[in-house]
Design a binder for this molecule. Structure first.
Ligand code: UDP
Length: 397
């Protein structure tokens, strides 16, 4: 299976991955996160684990458990870390700590390498025994965190052997441990990203009542304010006055995101029953459907206001789509303004580029070709795999 990546990255790069894996093959590695499905972290782990195993590594993945109270707490931590604001009652910190302790019975802490993803399970480190190595992999934007939440977390993070962030600007000044910059990645061989037949695309569009003739603008995202779904609707409505398009907003629930339903209801309301707005809430693992929607799109949007990386951007770019992306977090790593897509700061800006792109097929094509090549060079899973192996080799030494 791993040999199949040669087509995208060449023999040389693959050899390098095997060589680094050889150096760490005696270590046991455990990934820990907070959801099996829904969102980018689960997306990557679902693809990364089989590859690591194929390299002969002794690797496992565990998901922490929590009740709705815990996930409300971690969602408000998440929001306040990304937005720099918040209103966090003192008891939230106690609830967080209580669940770290409860999870001691779920998560073995004695692997040689503990690879902990995001803030939800970060506090497990306080139960560390012995001298195994702990890596904190942060997938969110912590460039301007709300101080009380960051100070609380930092007590834990500073006990790690290293941390990994996605974008240079997420780096923290007042923390001693090494910080590595590793942008996330997509898997070109997954059902979500591989080339699919036109008939499959048509069948799926038809099934969901999407017009096969009219240009399609799509955003694939959890129903989360950070993804600005209401801004997407507004941009669509502004553009629709000038070009005859349809909008598709596809989301799915994530067990660690309790806000989804509320946001979904607001989006339904804002859509005002417009017949060319399609709102879909799909079950997790609807990868073929997501692939079909991205493939069928004329333009893809990721109009986030805050974004750790935004895998959906690379997913669309890999399918040669011009992406209109919010100018935030990891999106500017992917969308190079005017070269691989367009960066925007408002619904008006997004509407402007929707109209421009719908009217300019040549530009769409050119951006799409550049987009695919940019992802091939920088955001395929083999590159992230190699970076993870290097980080593990570094901390293990
Ligand atoms: N996704 C999905 N179904 C949905 C919405 C999102 O499969 O209805 C996937 C999407 O294709 C991407 C991931 O979930 O692979 C979202 O990752 P991203 O980094 O864009 O955002 P996050 O949810 O992690 O903030």
């Amino acid at each position: 299976m791993i040999d199949k990546y040669v087509e995208f990255i060449g023999e040389h790069e693959l050899d390098a991955i095997f060589k680094i894996a050889e150096k760490i093959k005696d270590l046991s590695i455990l990934h820990v996160n907070s959801t099996k499905a829904g969102g980018g972290v689960a997306e990557i782990l679902n693809r990364m684990l089989p590859l690591m195993k194929e390299l002969g590594l002794n690797v496992d993945w565990k998901v922490i458990k929590g009740d709705s109270e815990f996930f409300n707490v971690t969602k408000s931590f998440h929001n306040s870390l990304q937005n720099g604001t918040g209103n966090i009652p003192e008891e939230y910190f106690k609830i967080y700590d209580k669940w770290q302790e409860i999870n001691l019975s779920e998560i073995p802490l004695d692997y040689d390498i503990m690879f902990i993803h995001d803030p939800q399970p970060a506090g497990l480190i306080k139960f560390k025994k012995g001298n195994n190595k702990w890596i904190w992999r942060c997938h969110i934007d912590i460039s301007n965190p709300y101080p009380s939440v960051w100070n609380f977390l930092q007590k834990y993070i500073s006990q790690y052997d290293s941390m990994i962030i996605s974008v240079p600007s997420f780096g923290r000044d007042n923390i001693e441990i090494p910080q590595f910059i590793v942008p996330p990645s997509i898997d070109p061989l997954s059902v979500k990203n591989r080339d699919i037949a036109e008939t499959t695309v048509f069948r799926i569009l038809y099934k969901f009542g999407i017009n096969l003739e009219k240009p399609l603008i799509t955003q694939v995202s959890r129903f989360d304010y950070a993804k600005d779904p209401l801004g997407v609707i507004q941009a669509y409505k502004l553009a629709k006055r000038h070009v005859d398009i349809q909008l598709l907003y596809v989301g799915s629930p994530a067990t660690d995101d309790p806000e989804g339903e509320k946001v979904y209801n607001e989006v339904v309301k804002a859509s005002e029953g417009h017949k060319d707005i399609h709102l879909l809430m799909l079950p997790p693992y609807s990868d073929l459907e997501i692939n079909a929607f991205q493939t069928a799109s004329t333009v893809v949007m990721q109009k986030s206001i805050k974004e750790g990386f935004g895998l959906t951007v690379s997913e669309a770019m890999w399918k040669r789509k011009p992406v209109i992306g919010g100018n935030t977090g990891g999106i500017p790593l992917q969308v190079i303004n005017g070269i691989t897509g367009f960066l925007v700061n408002s619904p008006q800006g997004a509407a402007h580029y929707i109209i421009y792109l719908i009217r300019n097929e040549e530009i769409r094509k050119r951006l799409g070709i550049n987009a695919r090549e940019h992802v091939r060079r920088n955001f395929l899973i083999t590159r992230e795999l190699r970076d993870y192996l290097m980080t593990i080799a570094y901390v293990a030494n």
